[in-house]
Design a protein around this ligand. Structure first.
Ligand SMILES: [Ca+2]
Ligand SMILES: [Ca+2]
Length: 264
């Protein structure tokens, strides 16, 4: 079992000082609910409904406030509460301005990330959609010329949870970049057709220009181990057993959507 197993419940092996720090929202979204953040971030999914159209969040202890999703992990280090923040003295990588790219045709942009250059590849980790676990495996690919610190990236896997209120547990079984750098948390949403997402974040590492992270094997379950039904899950596809580009898993750079389409 990888050292980051049960990250959501805390992890003792911590060679980088960040393991066990669950995914946090970047500063620009950390004080708002996941739902209020989503439409604003949906630069590639403009059809996302307005938050005003939605009712109040259900009385789910995990709902609304991402900081309320903590289930015991160590959040005492204030410097670790802004997972999207860059290292001291370094500016966050912005998304490239499309108009500037047009003016600079032919030149590979650097210092920013081009929408479409960062890609989530997915494959299903188990093809049983009615068991007690959801296994999703990812590879992040960077077709651009700018290396991206992984701390600035978060990924969301969207699904419906049939299993009631018990907390869920995130595991990273393997990651080429080092599973200890991979953290997971859970949020709720009112986006159409889904009610939960798993969010993967990173406590270190780099997505190199022209490279990839290699595979990241994640898995989660509910504490009491009831079955899920994955057949209605937005991000699930039991036929994808080899990695391929998958726009139903979304990727964010410093909180802004840069790959994929949120449920709509
Ligand atoms: Ca499964
Ligand atoms: Ca489901």
């Amino acid at each position: 079992m990888a050292s980051c197993a049960l990250l959501a419940a805390g992890c003792t092996a911590d060679p980088v000082g960040g393991t066990g720090v669950r995914a946090e929202m970047p500063p620009d979204i950390g004080s708002s609910t996941p739902d209020s953040f989503l439409p604003q971030a949906s630069t590639m999914a403009p059809s996302t409904p307005s938050p005003a159209d939605r009712g109040p969040e259900p009385a789910d202890p995990m709902a609304a406030d991402p900081t309320a999703m903590d289930d015991g992990t160590d959040d005492t280090d204030p410097s670790s509460t802004d997972g999207g923040a860059p290292e001291e003295g370094r500016e966050p990588i912005p998304i490239c301005d499309p108009t500037e790219l047009e003016d600079d045709a032919g030149a590979a942009p650097s210092g920013c990330a081009v929408a479409g250059d960062l890609v989530v590849q997915y494959r299903v980790g188990d093809t049983d959609p009615a068991d007690q676990q959801i296994r999703a495996q990812f590879n992040l690919v960077n077709h651009g010329a700018t290396a991206i610190p992984l701390e600035e990236l978060t990924l969301r896997y969207w699904y419906t949870k049939e299993t009631g209120p018990p907390a869920q547990e995130f595991h990273c079984d393997y990651a080429r970049i080092d599973s200890a750098l991979v953290a997971g948390s859970f949020g709720t949403t009112d986006l159409p057709g889904v009610d939960h997402y798993m969010e993967v974040s990173f406590t270190g590492g780099t997505l190199p220009a022209g490279g990839d992270t290699g595979e990241i094997q994640t898995r989660f379950n509910t504490e009491t181990w009831p079955n899920y039904d994955e057949t209605d899950d937005y991000s699930y596809d039991g036929t994808i057993t080899e990695y391929e580009d998958w726009d139903r898993v979304t990727l964010y750079l410093n909180g802004q959507l840069i790959w994929g389409a949120e449920p709509h």
